[in-house]
Ligand binder design. Structure first.
Ligand SMILES: *Cc1c(COP(=O)(O)O)cnc(C)c1O
Length: 497
């Protein structure tokens, strides 16, 4: 199988080239030229498999330049059971009736990013052996919280890689900061930036594209790469869990083979829901994909109207991983839905870069609406939904998942479409203890971070993930802070160059 670019459909690269390169040279995103098909027989066979076997079955079709041995090594390493707090890796839990939650946060950092970032380092090092002749890969990350920690955990002690993470000094939660500054591993470094997330992000981009720095790295047999969510190596692992959830529902006898299900996804950069779209295109019986947004509802407006407009107020919410105005992976959907029209994608993305907006044709948005629905949810509704689901069903939601559950409830009310549904749960409630505890108790919280974890546990009885509990006794390894102007020097210092 070959991959092409959303902005130039003449390009052909292998999966490993796409993964090492990250982004196509003219700025487009890599997409598969054709989509493999799974019939119901094949899906039925996957029902009796472990998550690791299901992952190999799906990934094999996309990573055709990997040998079976390489694929086995990657997948078994990534989803080793000791790294996950559930032996099912991503369990599907019934909450009530047709409402099921796909728990994607049992990995080492308690957020769904682990599902992809546990596998990416393996895919990248195997790919680099094929295409980048033994160079050490240096991963640079600018993070607003979840991605940085998940990338650190994924790349820690992975041979022939180094990872450097930059975060805004006052821009992450206390728990997220502690997760990063206590990071273990011989090939990792973390540094705070005096500035906000955008400052960190643009400084990282400048370093990536600085020819002098690149040349200096090349002399030491090193090269930069990126672990952010436009890399195909981060998207493809996410297709697996949609198949896995369908198989779980079959196993639990909630559906019969061939029955359609709906899927609801709390969305930011549009990666997670796009993986659901690929699963549907491959033949998984998904009827509607519901895109759930918080107050930053640029995607709701787009999917309802066909007009994308990022010129609007930015809200800082209690679901920070969804506080996003440019959803990069939407570009891939536009490419596929427009019949691989890369000149249209160029035109739209130029509009976004120059004016912050674009509008697609009525025909195209109607085509998209056959598969996608959308809704959004304000802060008060997030709190109410957490409280109500806990009081009525005894199920504790984090703030991101609560957005999706509320949008699901609205969707059922509006459409009457209440077939069996999977709602993605993207974080452990303990990662956002303050907001969740405030919602459950109705009282503003003033305790310190670990006392709130204990309090939330006392009030709800939900298990505290061991990796978050253990943070309390870990010592801080990284307390570097630098100005954004000095980031490239910091990179050299951290790499011992
Ligand atoms: C990253 C993230 C999201 C958004 O996922 P996308 O793939 O960017 O749409 C939602 N919830 C949590 C907790 C996240 O970390």
């Amino acid at each position: 199988m070959f991959y092409t670019s959303t902005r130039n459909n003449e390009i052909r690269v292998t999966a490993s080239q796409a993964i090492v390169q990250g982004i196509s040279e003219e700025g487009g995103l890599f997409v598969p030229c054709e989509i493999p098909h799974f019939d119901l027989d094949k899906i039925s066979q996957m029902t009796n498999m472990s998550y690791i076997q299901r992952a190999k079955t799906v990934l094999k079709e996309f990573l055709t330049d990997f040998t079976q041995d390489e694929l086995d090594y990657c997948v078994q390493g990534a989803y080793a059971s000791e790294k996950f707090s559930s032996e099912k890796i991503a369990p599907t839990v019934n909450v009530k009736g047709n409402k099921n939650i796909l728990e994607l946060w049992h990995g080492p950092t308690c957020a769904f990013k682990d599902m992809a970032l546990q596998l990416l380092p393996y895919l990248m090092t195997v790919s680099a052996k094929k295409t980048a002749d033994g160079k050490t890969i240096v991963i640079l990350v600018a993070t607003s919280g979840d991605t940085g920690k998940a990338a650190l955990e994924g790349f820690k002690n992975v041979k022939d890689t180094k990872i450097l993470v930059f975060y805004p000094v006052d821009g992450v939660s206390p728990m997220q900061k502690l997760q990063m500054t206590t990071q273990e591993g011989d090939n990792v470094a973390v540094c705070a930036i005096n500035g906000n997330f955008d400052d960190a992000q643009s400084a990282v981009k400048q370093i990536f594209t600085n020819d002098e720095i690149k040349a200096e790295l090349a002399q030491k047999n090193m090269m930069f790469s990126s672990a952010n969510s436009i890399n195909w190596g981060r998207l493809v692992p996410q297709i697996v869990y949609y198949f896995s959830a369908y198989c779980d529902l079959l196993e639990q006898k909630r559906i019969e083979l061939g029955d359609e299900i709906n899927v609801v996804v709390p969305t930011g950069n549009f990666g997670n829901i796009l993986a659901g779209y690929y699963a549907k295109k491959m033949g998984l019986p998904i009827k509607t994909l519901v895109c759930a947004s918080n107050s930053n509802n640029v995607l709701t407006d787009f999917l309802k109207s066909g007009k994308y407009d990022k010129n609007r107020k930015f809200y800082t919410t209690t679901s920070p991983s969804m506080d996003i105005l440019i959803s990069s992976n939407l570009e891939r959907l536009l490419y596929h839905m427009s019949g691989c029209d890369s000149s249209l994608v160029n035109e739209l993305m130029n509009g976004l870069a120059e004016k912050g907006e674009y509008e697609v044709s009525v025909k195209l948005i109607e085509e998209i609406q056959k598969t996608f629905d959308a809704g959004c949810c304000d802060e008060q509704s997030v709190n109410d939904t957490i409280k109500q689901n806990f009081d009525e069903n005894g199920y504790l939601l984090d703030t991101h998942t609560a957005v999706a559950v509320k949008v699901y409830e609205d969707y059922v009310k509006q459409t009457g479409d209440d077939i069996v549904t999977v709602i993605d749960s993207t974080a452990s409630p303990y990662k956002f203890s303050k907001s969740v505890l405030t919602a459950v108790t109705g009282k503003e919280q003033t305790l310190d971070e670990f006392d709130m974890v204990d309090e939330l546990n006392a009030v709800t009885g939900a298990d505290v993930p061991a990796s978050l509990k253990a943070l309390k006794n870990k010592s801080v390894r990284f307390n570097n802070v630098c100005d954004k102007e000095n980031m490239s020097e910091m990179v050299f210092k951290l790499l011992n160059l």
